[in-house]
Design a protein around this ligand. Structure first.
Ligand code: 5GP
Length: 178
């Protein structure tokens, strides 16, 4: 595979379709085992996770529900600071086994701010699935229960992830060249 250009930047091949799909099958197998007697609710965080969520969900053989939400952040009052709201979260999470599906955990800020809101609804369990994690970029450490790939702190596109709106439809994952 050759280098590609998205907008003004060049990207080199990083994770192939085969690597991504085999890792997804592995994670799905773990979820199928861990949630065998449960009916988990998967919450996929848009936009970046839509392809990952669809491919993972197809591999599940357990009873499971899925919903898609979008996170919007705005500046709250001085006391509340930065506020994150979930658009489209219309499910009752009380007593549910909730599994978050995230495309990539970078600094960890998004989930760090969003998870307390979910916990407030008292799900019986709350786990995180992330396709990608950049440990070197971590500012808000958190435990990722099911991880696809741990990657260096380099910007990536493809497989649902964009660079300024483009690149989501690339089947593989590419990373920024030096
Ligand atoms: P965090 O709050 O963990 O810093 O950032 C999470 C979000 O930042 C991800 O859901 C994603 O939208 C965006 N992001 C972080 N790193 C990358 C990257 O390398 N490529 C792309 N396309 N988005 C990223």
């Amino acid at each position: 595979m050759a280098t590609i250009t998205v907008h003004d930047k060049n990207f080199e091949p990083y994770l192939s379709v085969e690597e991504i799909h085999s890792r997804i099958r592995f994670i799905a197998h773990q979820l199928n085992t861990d949630y065998i007697d449960k009916k988990p609710l998967f919450i996929a965080i848009l936009n970046g996770s839509f392809i990952f969520a669809a491919d993972l969900f197809k591999e599940l053989t357990i009873d499971a529900e899925i919903c898609f939400i979008k996170l919007a952040s705005y500046k709250g009052s001085k006391s509340t600071g930065h506020v994150i709201t979930a658009i489209g979260l219309d499910m009752d999470l009380f007593g549910r086994d909730v599994v978050i599906l995230e495309d990539i955990v970078d600094t960890g800020k998004t989930l760090h701010e969003f998870l307390p809101q979910l916990r407030h609804q008292q799900p019986s369990s709350l786990k995180i699935v992330a396709l990608l994690h950049k440990p070197d970029a971590t500012v808000f450490p958190m435990h990722i229960d099911y991880l696809g790939f741990s990657i260096p702190d380099k910007f990536v596109v493809g497989y649902g992830l964009d660079y300024d709106g483009l690149g989501r439809n690339i089947p593989e994952i590419y990373r920024l060249t030096e």
